[in-house]
Design a protein around this ligand. Sequence first.
Ligand SMILES: Nc1ncnc2c1ncn2[C@@H]1O[C@H](COP(=O)(O)OP(=O)(O)OP(=O)(O)O)[C@@H](O)[C@H]1O
Ligand SMILES: [Mg+2]
Length: 239
Amino acid sequence: MMKRIVIASGKGGVGKSTAAVEIGKALAKTKRVLLIDCDLGINTLSILLERTDAVFSWADVAAGRCEGKEAVIRTEERLDLLPAPNSRPDRAERDIIAKAVSDLQADYDCMIFDAPAGLGEGLLRAAAGAELAVILATADDVSVRGAGKAAELLADNGLKDCRLLLNRYSVKAAKKGRLLTVDEAMERTFLRLLGVVPEDKTIGPAWEQKPNSPARQAFRRVADRLDGKNVPFLLSKIK
Ligand SMILES: Nc1ncnc2c1ncn2[C@@H]1O[C@H](COP(=O)(O)OP(=O)(O)OP(=O)(O)O)[C@@H](O)[C@H]1O
Ligand SMILES: [Mg+2]
């Protein structure tokens, strides 16, 4: 499995970084995984993984201030993190991150690029090294429209393999018309479905509190699908 996956969305705050960490942790049970934080300045992944002690970032690798291996930090067995810089790098070519990780490819089975929100250069920089895009959305009009736009932008820039991951889903809310149905979200984005993750109050910074919470189980099934396994969607189990 060498998979280079960008986790993207149009609208922000839909769960990209959460998904990156959860999918990364699930894959790292058996694969060597590198998480790459592509969101400048916030260091979300470092905070979520409780490793805010980084010295270098991918911008340092790109500028030749260190080797890729020196910038990577181990967060748990087989799960490494390449942090984002705290400020805008001097050089910000579109392939700056892809170049920074190119020497690291042999060390990993999977690379996950956590993109920033929005449809700008930040998304294209995060996606430049990817072969597959996981487009996250919550099942509402704005977020689903953003997902469709993100997929269009990526396809226009050469990344055509895009799948939809619906997050914070509630069948009850969809039945009441407060959320779109899964079919509606797929029809509007023209994207193949990768998974549906339920709304789950226990997901958040206290990662290990509930290892078998519904969202975490759903993210593990998504990871299995990315690993080529045939896993049922289990929509009937979502409340
Ligand atoms: N399935 C879920 N159920 C409930 N809350 C969730 C779920 N997934 C993510 N969240 C919460 O949603 C919030 C936003 O998540 P996250 O930071 O991962 O989004 P993001 O898309 O990376 O945001 P940004 O666009 O700012 O990078 C967090 O508080 C997170 O805990
Ligand atoms: Mg994020």
